[in-house]
Design a protein around this ligand. Structure first.
Ligand SMILES: O=C(O)CCC(=O)C(=O)O
Length: 257
């Protein structure tokens, strides 16, 4: 099965060894700077419970040269070639995140669908599941335990057990094991593509440090969740060889404002 068929059937696909060591080392150089600065600024949150940071491409912690290297990576054919095959229509840029281990090694992870954090009813969430695509592209910079996912839940609603666990009802806890889980561990160089809509949880451990790029359907409604300062403009946009992803996203943002 090719990656897009696999994604459409299961809600995820892994492309092993997609990135070479220089691509990974370039990313690591920039992302390590971001991480150290972010930690310093968010020390209480980091010490208490953080497992990720976001808005990596903003100018708060990185200079333009560092941001440009991330923008170029995001627009590279290796990434966008896959995104364009997977999205039913065009992808737009939504956000970036870094995932790392909690400070407390006993901290539990949690099953969820990203869409459950929208302040909408369960019936509306079921509709979002069908209507809206938000997809993570995870690039691990260290070997990592990866994720557990429930294959197929990008298109189907929960079983009673899944619903109880991720919502912590009926005596269940959000870190309980789920029998239908599939474990995906990742090595440096791999790309994991997975639907944010599906039931999933991160697995903590090893020295995990991964870069996630989030793409969404190119619609005005979804692009309003992207932060304008996380996109390139002016000279930075001109310095990207194939900037269509960002140009399209910026145009949709303009439409919205
Ligand atoms: O890796 C993790 O900690 C969780 C990842 C996740 O849940 C997500 O990206 O939505």
């Amino acid at each position: 099965m090719d990656p897009q068929e696999e994604y459409h059937e299961n809600g995820f696909c892994v492309i092993k060894g997609l990135f070479c060591s220089s691509e990974i080392e370039n990313l690591r150089a920039v992302l390590s700077i971001f991480h150290e600065r972010w930690k310093k600024d968010n020390i209480n949150f980091y010490n208490a419970k953080a497992v990720n940071s976001a808005y990596i491409t903003d100018s708060k912690y990185l200079d333009d040269a560092q941001r440009l290297s991330l923008f170029r990576f995001i627009c590279s054919q290796k990434i966008l070639g896959i995104a364009e095959k997977i999205f039913p229509n065009k992808p737009a840029f939504m956000n970036t995140q870094l995932f790392f281990n909690p400070k407390d090694s006993q901290q539990k992870n949690y099953w969820h669908r990203d869409l459950q954090y929208n302040p909408v009813s369960v019936e509306e969430q079921k509709k979002l599941l069908v209507d809206v695509n938000v997809i993570h592209f995870r690039i691990p910079l260290q070997p990592e335990p990866g994720l557990e996912i429930i294959p197929g839940t990008h298109t189907r609603w929960d079983t009673e057990e899944e619903f109880s666990v991720r919502n912590e009802i009926n005596g269940r806890q959000r870190f309980d094991n789920l029998s239908s889980a599939k474990h995906i561990s990742l090595d440096v160089g791999d790309l994991l593509v997975f639907s944010a809509n599906m039931v999933h949880r991160g697995l903590y451990g090893l020295d995990r440090f991964s870069f996630d790029i989030l793409f969404c359907d190119a619609t005005r409604e979804l692009v309003q969740y992207a932060k304008p300062t996380c996109l390139p403009d002016g000279l930075l946009l001109e310095a990207i060889e194939t900037p269509d992803l960002f140009v399209n996203t910026l145009e949709l943002m303009d439409d919205f404002s």
